[in-house]
Design a protein around this ligand. Structure first.
Ligand code: COA
Length: 328
């Protein structure tokens, strides 16, 4: 049986850094509150003229360079995002054009919020393993600064902008690359983290703008509890399926939403925190971009070595969740 491997990874974060101290000048919060409740110290904010697709293109170029491939090698392009450039067309088509990915490539967006990158990876895996596609470019890219209500201190302190990408390809060697994946969703929790207006159930109107209904609204406590529960379950299932004990996992790359969520997950799984890659202190929650951004940094800093087993795990609005097991 052939394998699908991650042949290259890349990421991009905008230059502009927004610190907690700066935020505290505009909303009633403090560096101390944000750090102790979330672990976040600063986040990146994209430029006014920098769209989601622009960040995606930067990350994609880096991933292609890492894989020693060019845009013309790609025949499948998936963008996971909840902040597309526009409702129509898909950001994937815009990225295709900007990046120079050939015509006739299959390009589409997926909507799975912060679990989007893992959903994209599973879709690409399935499409590559059929032999109908050869090389996939999957991207998680978000300009969350455009959907955050900067007057709402309960949400605006948590999010940031970034993009991450990976090139996937099939190889003949069995047992390497993406060796496991488990996705799920629980729509019962859909209203715990949502944007009320701007879709077909509540189209944009002067009233919806006036009522600030185009911004993220969240029940933080409920999301927190669900996040720990679903990530623990999916990690346990992944380890059971592959008959792994926690000590066989070299590194866990969790969705970067809140350090306390990661600490609770580590405690429940009885894994030490030094097995968890954390960079949310510098970027905050960048939704679908957190995992490829963290994976890129983990590889660059030497925390992923050949033969290692890495567990990727995420949760997001929906409530969506997923885990993937990668052998390098
Ligand atoms: N600065 C200062 N005080 C704040 C604040 C801020 N930025 N945001 C909220 N507060 C206040 C609240 O108003 C509340 O005050 P009160 O006790 O007077 O009512 C107090 O701090 C505690 O708020 P609470 O909501 O209980 O804090 P918390 O410990 O649950 O932390 C979150 C809040 C949002 C950080 C946390 O619940 C969380 O991270 N949830 C998950 C969110 C998430 O991951 N979302 C993305 C999913 S992909």
């Amino acid at each position: 049986m052939a394998s699908v491997i991650i042949a290259g990874v890349g990421s991009y974060a905008p230059e502009r850094i927004l610190t907690n101290e700066e935020l505290a000048k505009t909303v009633d919060t403090s560096d101390e509150w944000i750090r102790t409740r979330s672990g976040i110290g600063e986040r990146r904010i994209a430029g006014e003229n920098e769209a989601c697709s622009d960040m995606a293109v930067h990350a994609a170029r880096a991933a292609l360079a890492d894989a020693k491939m060019s845009a013309s090698d790609i025949d499948l392009l998936i963008v996971a995002t909840c902040t597309p450039d526009r409702p129509l067309p898909s950001t994937a088509c815009i990225v295709q054009h900007k990046l120079g990915v050939p015509a006739h490539t299959t390009c589409f967006d997926i909507s799975a919020a912060c679990s989007g990158f893992l959903y994209a990876m599973e879709i690409a895996y399935g499409m590559l393993i059929t032999n109908r596609y050869k090389r996939a470019l999957i991207i998680g890219a978000e300009k969350l600064s455009t959907i955050v209500d900067w007057s709402d201190r309960t949400t605006c302190v948590l999010f940031g902008d970034a993009a991450g990408a990976a090139v996937l390809t099939k190889v003949a060697q069995p047992g390497i690359g993406i060796i496991g994946s488990d996705l799920g969703a629980d729509g019962e929790f859909a209203d715990k983290l949502m944007i009320h207006a701007g879709g077909s159930s509540c189209p944009a109107s002067a009233q919806s703008v006036e009522a600030r209904q185009h911004f993220i609204r969240m029940n933080g406590k409920e999301v927190f509890k669900s996040a720990v529960r679903v990530m623990e379950t999916v990690c346990r299932e992944m380890m059971e399926q592959h008959q792994l004990t926690p000590d066989q996992i070299s590194l866990v790359i969790p969705h970067q939403a809140n350090i306390r969520i990661i600490e609770a997950l580590a405690g429940n799984l009885k894994l030490p925190m030094d097995k968890f890659f954390v960079n949310l202190d510098r970027y905050g929650n960048t939704s679908s971009a957190t995992i490829p951004l963290a994976l890129d940094e983990a590889r660059r800093s030497g925390r992923v070595k050949p033969g290692d087993l890495t567990l990727l795990v995420a949760f997001g609005a929906g409530l969506t969740y997923g885990a993937a097991l990668v052998r390098w």
